[in-house]
Design a protein around this ligand. Structure first.
Ligand SMILES: O=C[C@H](O)[C@H](O)COP(=O)(O)O
Ligand SMILES: C=C(OP(=O)(O)O)C(=O)O
Length: 346
């Protein structure tokens, strides 16, 4: 007799309405962009966290509509983050805490989260997800086209093992301290095969044997100092050269690169657009924290607004679209001025 704290197995919450072929196509596109076989720019954009599924779906529909305008230059991926890593403590995301009050109804969170991901995938957008708790990955991974291992978990062996098993490109973020070497080591570790404990679709514990993730890559998210400037990007490329890793980078305009001030994200994006239009082909992707309304709110006793972030402050929708435009223009300049590479797809 299951007690009230029993969780469903991944198979029990899986729904048939996610289209595996479409997700496989998205993953291949993302991998092609990262490997520069596709000359477009990856843009991972969306809320810091999803706290209201309807609000986030409204955002997803707007993004899906607008992303069509930039299809020659951008591969737009929706941040669909349902777990939050905390420096010390705080709300840990819609899946661990769907009622936003610390009750921790994970069983409901898993079902609500899964429903959200399936609905968001139905917009046609590829989805991005930070895998915070490796235990939860089998519930959601089949819907995800770009994964992240965050700044607070990038040193963790279970997360590196997970990344080596995940069937999508995974970005390794530099540490909160700004150190790059831990993330570079994580990229190398994720590329290798590993054997580690996991769970089968029916929830039974099993031995996972990964083959290694060929598309793991570095994400620059800044630290106490930003690392988006051209000289920091050059340092990161040197670190990749030393580690005999391909030159491919995603740069996060938020977090340490904006000092967690959403108003600074446009400045960071402008700097990245300059580097892209100047022809830096290693800059394969940009991340932006954006939501319907500009800013953030604290969660109090009243129900939070559905359109405003309850974690990091986000750029509002009206301020986001011009950033997508500027990145698309910058990429068009890079694309049209670069000699066409052998094996290129777009
Ligand atoms: O992206 C969101 C936050 O930056 C991350 O979850 C850490 O938040 P905290 O430092 O407020 O705990
Ligand atoms: C927590 C996040 O980022 P980081 O790991 O860079 O702090 C995030 O992208 O939501």
């Amino acid at each position: 007799m299951p007690d009230q704290d029993t969780l469903p197995s991944p198979a029990e919450v899986a729904m048939s309405d996610v289209v595996p072929d479409e997700i496989a196509r998205h993953r291949e596109t993302v991998a092609d962009v990262l490997a520069r076989r596709d000359s477009r720019l990856l843009v991972v954009v969306g809320p810091c966290s999803v706290h209201d599924a309807d609000g986030a779906l409204e955002y997803a529909h707007r993004l899906a509509e607008v992303s069509g305008r930039f299809a020659d230059d951008l591969v737009v991926v929706l941040r669909a983050y349902l777990e939050k890593p905390r420096t010390i403590a705080g709300w840990t995301g819609l899946v661990p805490d769907p009622t936003l009050d610390g009750k921790g109804d994970l069983a409901a969170g898993i079902r609500i989260g899964r429903r959200f991901l399936v609905d968001a995938a139905a917009t046609g957008l590829p989805l991005a997800y930070e895998f915070v708790d490796p235990f939860l990955a089998p519930y959601f991974a089949d819907t995800i086209s770009w994964g992240a291992i965050g700044a607070r978990t990038v040193a963790s062996q279970p997360h590196r093992h997970l990344a080596s098993w995940l069937p999508m490109p995974v970005g390794m973020k530099n540490c909160v301290s700004g150190r790059l070497d831990t993330a570079v080591a994580a990229v190398r570790a994720a590329a290798l095969p590993h054997v580690f404990p996991g769970a089968a679709a029916d929830g039974r514990p099993r031995i996972q044997r990964s083959t290694g993730n060929p598309d793991a890559h570095l994400v620059l998210r800044g630290g106490p100092k930003p690392n988006h400037h051209a000289h920091a990007v050059a340092d990161a490329l040197d670190a990749l050269t030393t580690a005999v890793l391909p030159h491919r980078l995603v740069v996060d305009a938020s977090h340490g690169n904006s000092g967690k001030d959403h108003n600074r994200q446009p400045m960071v994006v402008a700097d990245l657009a300059d580097q892209i239009s100047a022809g830096n082909d290693a800059l394969a992707g940009v991340m932006i924290e954006s939501y319907l309304a500009d800013g953030r709110q604290d969660v109090g006793s009243t129900r939070p607004r559905p359109d405003l972030s309850i974690t990091d402050a986000c750029l509002g929708w009206e301020r986001t679209v011009p950033l997508l435009e500027s990145l698309a223009c910058a990429n068009a300049v890079r694309r049209l001025s670069a000699p066409r590479k052998a094996g290129a797809k777009a």
